[in-house]
Design a protein around this ligand. Structure first.
Ligand code: ADP
Ligand code: MG
Length: 319
């Protein structure tokens, strides 16, 4: 990208007044400087056109999404997000596109008190990388902290995003209001930041569901050296999902669909009431879907029958 174009993009769209006193140097110098008081949680995620979203996704949604997936990782650790850096690769210096991208990015950043402190802007295939940094206490919610006997919970509803992605490929004018709601869920995932913070010190293991419930709960199981059993009839399904898909399809989407960015976490049975209280306090519904058990892998149960659930999520390097 031409020097002038790059400079103008940074100046116009990514330089904002600094409001966080911990930021000593923000956008505009060789590197950012922040005054870190304690422990820092750091996460980075890239989204690439064609791989993570079907190409004609609105720029605003891409700006939202690249930050949302990162905030979701911090949420799953119980960290309070503070700062972000952004590396943007653009095929052309399309100012309208960048303005929309920045609007989506900053709307979510402002909602969670996150400051953009630096980045890089280059010409190339459409891709965006965000790194987020956040405060974390002395009890981060690790994938490895689950114990046999823990209850397994998920936030919100499952399967909506994958359902929306399936509908987004179709003719827009054929879509019902329910399908539109599902597409919106895919485009604008809401990271469960407040829930993750509230779970600190109460929940044991946690993960955000990016690749599907079975895959991601399977990661808790693998790292906590145990198995899990979930009740397929307990999965939280939205009204929109149930309106658009048959019962079996909805269950499949909830088990294996990615991109929901809900939290899946475990807690001791004695803490079930505390979990309910904090969910009500932060205003995010939480559903108990199963338990951690001896063994390995994720099993499902329905109508008195029990069966193994085979991970079927998305993998970049799987053939
Ligand atoms: P350098 O050549 O030293 O890497 P750059 O021209 O890449 O400098 O960046 C200049 C300044 O603008 C740096 O402070 C950098 O962090 C910031 N910056 C560049 N691109 C972005 C972006 N997309 N978002 C936020 N800050 C950016
Ligand atoms: Mg640079």
């Amino acid at each position: 990208m031409q020097r002038s174009g790059e400079f103008e993009i940074i100046e116009r769209f990514f330089t904002r007044p600094v409001t966080d006193p911990a930021i000593e140097v923000g956008v505009g110098d060789d590197a950012a400087v922040v005054d870190v008081a304690g422990r820092l949680a750091i996460a980075v995620d890239t989204i690439v056109a064609g791989t993570h979203f079907p190409e004609p996704m609105p720029a605003r949604a891409i700006g939202h999404r690249v930050l949302a997936v990162n905030l979701s990782d911090l949420a799953a650790l119980g960290s309070r997000p503070r700062w972000a850096t952004l590396a943007l690769s653009l095929p052309a210096s399309d100012m309208v596109w960048v303005e929309e991208f920045a609007a989506g990015f900053f709307a979510l950043a402002d909602q969670h008190g996150v400051s953009l402190i630096g980045g890089d802007t280059v010409r190339g295939p459409l891709a965006a990388t965000v790194q987020v940094m956040g405060d974390v206490g002395d009890a981060p919610l690790l994938r490895s902290a689950g114990r046999v006997g823990d209850l397994v919970f998920v936030s919100g509803s499952l399967g909506d995003s994958a359902a929306g992605l399936a509908r987004a490929g179709g003719e827009a004018e054929l879509n019902s209001p329910e399908a539109e709601a599902l597409i919106e869920r895919f485009r604008y995932p809401e990271p469960r930041v407040d829930l993750g913070l509230a779970l600190g010190g109460i929940a044991r293991a946690a993960i955000d569901i990016s690749d599907g419930l079975v895959v991601d709960l399977g990661r808790i199981c693998a790292q906590s050296r145990c198995g899990a059993e979930i009740g397929l009839d307990s999965l939280p399904l939205s009204a929109a999902l149930r309106a658009e898909f048959s019962g079996d399809q909805a269950t499949e989407l909830a088990l294996h669909g990615g991109d929901d960015y809900e939290l899946c976490f475990t807690a001791a049975p004695a803490d079930a009431a505390a979990i309910e209280d904090l969910a009500a306090r932060v205003g995010i519904p939480v559903t108990q879907i199963g338990r951690l058990i001896e063994g390995s892998g994720v099993a499902g149960s329905s109508g008195g029958k029990r069966f193994d659930l085979v991970p079927a999520g998305f993998g970049h390097f799987e053939t």
